[in-house]
Design a binder for this molecule. Structure first.
Ligand code: IFM
Length: 806
């Protein structure tokens, strides 16, 4: 069953049936202010921190779902009938009202048609301003003059998730709201800087600043009393709960329309007045749309693909990059699942996010990498969850005075080794290497950066500490310890050992060596022969140790602290695990014969039409020696669901093996685009990867949960572009080494790299899956593609096939 379609031309997903089974999310804002919204404009907004600087409220996991939001109501003064511009919150029967929603890149548009009245509301946060614009057009599409009233509603927060949800005596009586000069201001009385405003491009005919006055006692957002009566009450008060509600009375002749702009922003009344003036000019509003479009055009144009796989094209060209970018911008703690009660950066997640988009967002990736480097301890492990402000010399801790924050205690706690996850910092090594390959900024490696526990050293030295930490933290077999967790949050091996981390360590060492060897051979001022030798030896040791992980047909997942192997031929539950097998191959540590056998076992045991399960069969008996995974319901999350994030590792692994048909088979299975017509099963939006899809052992097999904020977006993008299409920057050249299904006859990619454009056409006349016969650069055969002059455009024709002698 379909609920909508991809409008490729406009880069929008069009939701035609808005009664989707779960919220279908979009993210507004690309700088400091963000709104998380759904297909009926439910959602919330924050400035910088969803935890400490909430602008609007959200009642997470509540019924009805996803309230409050950014609501507009219409009321016919003659009939007294009322409805909302989005299906919820009024929820008129869908047979009576025509509703639809278009989610685009950093904006959403909502349409309604009811009783000859047509509306469009567009929500967006313009570049350069911390304000949500509600751009509302209402048209009388009938043949009679109509008298209408428009009401807005949003609910202000007490500036923090904790203040909104507990101990109201400490928050409710410190905040107040009032109306003056066309602006509602809400403020914390004695905390300057914590104000927000609501204003509009017109003078209102009524207002409410108190939530309960607008809604009325025993009413909800579905039937606000002010709307029922057709009159706001003019409420204002120090203390209490606050809202932004304006009333506008309209007379519309037949065919007449009017455009009104509502503005909800961070800042005081003075700022509200400035913003009001700015965006009362509709040209400025339209200009802000063009600016945002240009912003995304620029990003998307850094890589565009045209392959025989439609879903791959639509997602990679727009939606998967969008998802990956949103993760880098807002990290993981703002969604309809994570409703903002946690904040900061997760070490491993951020490190992986930063690896995936340095071509489209080098500044943000650089910033994230630096934040992670500063949160690295001198011993070489990263702080699993931290606030960048703790370590950033240029940022004063903005929320340090909040009664809900105890940065010092938290900082001390996370410094302890027992809090360390064994994989966290390892992800950062390839991210740094990717950043350097993308930008060519070799000087970055010499930049001095502080450590979380004092002292400073270069970026290069930080990388070595990371590798050394994993080298020290090994069990008696030489396999890396699992510590608190090892990417899989629910595999808590402690002093037991993790195959995934060992393979990841090997990959990080290989990445580091590629960089170090380049520096030694080609860059000036690097005498690092000693390092190269040391890490080559380390790599050999790791590879040798990893051989013990082989179990006849696949790699085991690890060994518990009590010596039990996990994921063996003998196991009846948790028999085969995706992470260890994909990483054995992807890292290059697996012997060729074993690699292919391991991935065959992955297909045999883990493949489903919705993607690869993380493990199988599901655990059904609690075993704390293995970890929390054995307490999770079978088929959900880490216990045998199709966990999306590691799926791209398997696509990449298949490419390492040269099996493009399997890589794309696995890609297509997970690809949300291909589940657009299965929403009765999938439930979640088809334009975003979700954290997981329920596995075979669950009665709701195929149902997807937790969109957007997952590493799957970044990794899917990375695996498609770097491995399947095989286009990846090296230290000083652009490598093209695809691994595709044999039936693909050709594909094309436009790639911007270091400010030159490469228009690549790959031809596959012999129907091979891997192997390059020739490369033509602007008509001349070359052995590699060098970095070309900035601003130039180049044609590249790559012919796949076996090598010939002629
Ligand atoms: O790797 C983790 C991630 O850090 C948070 N979400 C779940 C993943 C797998 O456990």
């Amino acid at each position: 069953m379909e609920y909508g379609f991809f409008d490729e031309k406009n880069r929008e997903y069009v939701i035609e049936r808005v009664d989707v089974p779960v919220s279908w999310t979009n993210y507004l804002g690309v700088e400091d202010t963000c709104a998380v919204i759904n297909q009926t404009a439910g959602g919330y907004m924050f400035h910088k921190s969803p935890e400490y600087h909430r602008m609007t409220r959200f009642r997470g996991n509540a019924v009805p779902m996803d309230r409050p939001g950014f609501d507009l109501y219409l009321r016919d003064t003659q009939t007294k009938d009322y409805w909302s511009a989005t299906w919820q919150p009024v929820g008129k029967p869908l047979e009576q009202v025509d509703y639809s929603c278009r989610h685009g890149l950093s904006y959403s548009r909502y349409f309604s048609r009811y009783a000859d009245i047509e509306t469009e509301m567009r929500l967006t946060i313009p570049l350069g301003e911390d304000v949500l614009l509600w751009d509302f057009t209402v048209e009388n599409a009938g043949s009679q003059m109509r008298e209408l009233q428009i009401f807005s509603f949003c609910e202000f927060s007490f500036h923090g998730v904790a203040s909104d949800n507990q101990n109201f005596q400490m928050s409710m009586y410190c905040a107040g709201a009032g109306y003056q000069d066309g602006v509602i201001e809400q403020k914390m009385f004695y905390e300057p800087g914590k104000e927000q405003y609501f204003t509009a491009s017109f003078r209102p005919d009524g207002y409410d600043t108190l939530r309960d006055s607008f809604l009325g006692l025993y009413h909800t957002e579905q039937n606000p009393e002010a709307v029922l009566k057709g009159q706001c009450t003019g409420s204002a008060e120090a203390g209490n709960n606050h809202c932004g509600s304006f009333q506008k009375n309209l007379k519309l002749e037949a065919g007449e329309s009017i455009r009104l702009i509502f503005m909800l922003g961070s800042g005081n009344r003075k700022k509200g007045l400035r913003i009001r003036e700015k965006y009362s000019n509709l040209n400025r509003v339209d200009q802000s749309y063009r600016e945002l479009r240009d912003y995304w055009d620029d990003k998307l144009s850094s890589l565009q693909i045209q392959t025989p796989d439609k879903g791959m094209n639509v997602l990679t060209n727009t939606w998967t990059l969008y998802q990956a970018e949103i993760n880098v911008m807002f990290s993981r703690f703002a969604s309809f699942i994570e409703v903002g009660g946690r904040t900061g950066l997760g070490y491993r997640d951020t490190a992986q996010d930063a690896m995936c988009v340095p071509h489209s967002n080098p500044e943000k990736c650089r910033q994230r990498i630096l934040q992670l480097l500063r949160a690295l301890t001198t011993r070489g492990y990263g702080l699993h969850l931290f606030e960048p402000e703790w370590f950033d010399p240029d940022v004063k801790p903005e929320y340090a005075d909040s009664p809900t924050v105890v940065p010092t205690a938290e900082k001390d706690r996370v410094h302890k080794l027992e809090q360390a996850c064994s994989d966290d910092a390892l992800w950062l090594v390839p991210s740094i290497v990717e950043y350097v390959k993308e930008t060519g900024e070799m000087e970055f490696l010499k930049e001095k950066v502080t450590y979380a526990d004092g002292g400073e050293d270069t970026v290069y030295e930080h990388m070595k500490r990371i590798l050394d930490f994993s080298h020290e933290q090994v069990g008696k077999t030489g396999i890396c310890k699992g510590l608190r967790a090892d990417w899989n949050d629910c595999l808590n091996l402690g002093g037991g050992e993790s195959a995934l981390v060992t393979f990841l360590h090997y990959w990080a060492i290989s990445n580091f060596l590629e960089l170090a060897e380049y520096l030694q051979d080609k860059a000036e001022g690097w005498e690092i022969d000693g390092d190269i030798k040391k890490y080559r030896d380390m790599g050999k040791q790791v590879k040798k140790a990893s051989e013990q992980l082989w179990d006849k047909e696949w790699y085991i997942r690890g060994i518990t602290k009590n010596g039990k192997s996990i994921g063996t031929m003998e196991d009846e539950q948790g028999k085969v695990h995706l992470e260890s097998n994909a990483w054995a191959v992807l890292s290059g540590a697996a012997e060729p014969g074993r690699g292919a056998a391991a991935m065959d076992s992955v297909e045999k045991w883990l493949y489903t039409p919705y993607g690869l399960q993380l493990n199988a069969p599901a655990y059904t008996k609690r075993d704390d020696d293995i970890g929390f995974v054995t307490r999770v319901c079978p088929g959900l999350k880490e216990n045998a669901s199709v966990f999306s994030h590691p799926n791209p590792w398997a696509w990449a692994a298949e490419c390492v093996l040269g099996r493009g048909d399997k890589a794309v088979k696995f890609y297509d299975a997970l690809c949300p685009y291909y589940q657009n017509d299965k929403i009765e099963i999938r439930e979640a939006e088809p334009y975003s990867y979700c954290q997981f899809i329920m596995g075979k052992d669950h009665e709701c097999y195929g149902r997807a949960r937790h969109p957007f904020m997952t590493g799957s977006g970044g990794w899917a993008y990375f695996a498609v572009t770097h491995y399947i299409l095989g286009i990846r920057p090296e230290m000083d050249s652009l490598l093209i080494d695809p691994c595709i299904p044999g039936e693909w006859k050709e594909f094309a990619v436009k790639r911007r790299w270091r400010n030159a454009e490469y228009q690549i056409r790959v031809e596959n006349p012999d129907g091979v899956m891997k192997g390059i016969r020739s490369v033509l650069l602007d008509g001349k055969e070359v052995s590699e593609i060098p970095q070309m002059k900035e601003g130039t455009v180049h044609q590249i024709i790559v012919r796949m096939g076996g090598k010939t002698d002629d």
